[in-house]
Write a protein that binds this ligand. Sequence first.
Ligand code: HEC
Ligand code: HEC
Length: 232
Amino acid sequence: MIYIKNNMAVCLALAVLLAVPSAFARSDGTDPLTGRPAIIEDNADTIKRRTGVGDPVAGKEKSRLCQGCHGEDGNSTDELIPKLAGQYAKYIAKQLRNYQAGVRSHQIMNAMAAAISDEELSDISSYFANQAKMKGDGSTTNEQGKNIFLKGNISKMVMACVDCHGVSGKGLTPDIPMFPVIGGQHKAYLLKQLIDFKQDDRVNSPNAIMNRIVRSLSNADLEALAEYISGL
Ligand code: HEC
Ligand code: HEC
């Protein structure tokens, strides 16, 4: 908690988080394991909310080049190229702006992002957000990964991933785009991001929250987490 003291946005999100379980408990049920809101289903309403203000139809044309690597429907095949299918438009847009500003470094993506205008950025983000949400193969048998994901690690001061990324790793609610969809993402991409956060090679999360969270985890822990999360 000390880590995020200065970050109003994260604090606000956590305040929402504390309020949410009680609101959900009586109505459509919570996850029995964690007591947290259950999986956010894809439906017209939730898709619309994560798609945001851009025009997904225009975005399809404008993202031809991107689709070459990220997949026509945002489901890339290369394990090191992230899926964008059903990702929050605002998260995608933030990453593109971070690549443009050099706050997040990757040779290909810095060049790709530099070439797109503000309008293209908004429409392209909405196009990928508008797709059915990325999904893993359902193999969630990695107990070490599952444990850290759901419970964190108190002795290492590690917050549970579920607190921000949701039970199925698809985020908390369709209205909190700050926490990206990670469930069902490629394992190799996830592992690379976790190692990049640990080594401070990626430092664009708000108040370096992700760097702080993974710092004390071992590489074996990160591997186990990537394995578990990619199956969700
Ligand atoms: C030549 C292949 C290639 C092309 C073309 C490409 N990307 Fe990427 N993209 C990547 C790779 C590889 C990464 C992972 C970078 C990293 O590890 O940080 C990535 C990362 C991203 C991310 C970050 C995703 C996340 O979950 O944080 C976004 C957003 C993105 N690309 C959007 C785009 C858009 C929009 C375009 C078109 C303008 C595009 N990409 C074109 C290969 C590509
Ligand atoms: C306090 C909230 C919080 C907790 C707890 C948390 N995360 Fe995150 N995570 C974030 C935020 C915010 C981002 C987006 C960073 C950005 O804007 O670039 C993120 C990004 C990520 C990404 C990068 C996604 C992508 O597409 O590139 C991965 C992977 C990830 N988190 C994994 C985890 C794992 C594993 C845990 C548990 C050990 C965890 N997170 C716990 C807030 C959190």
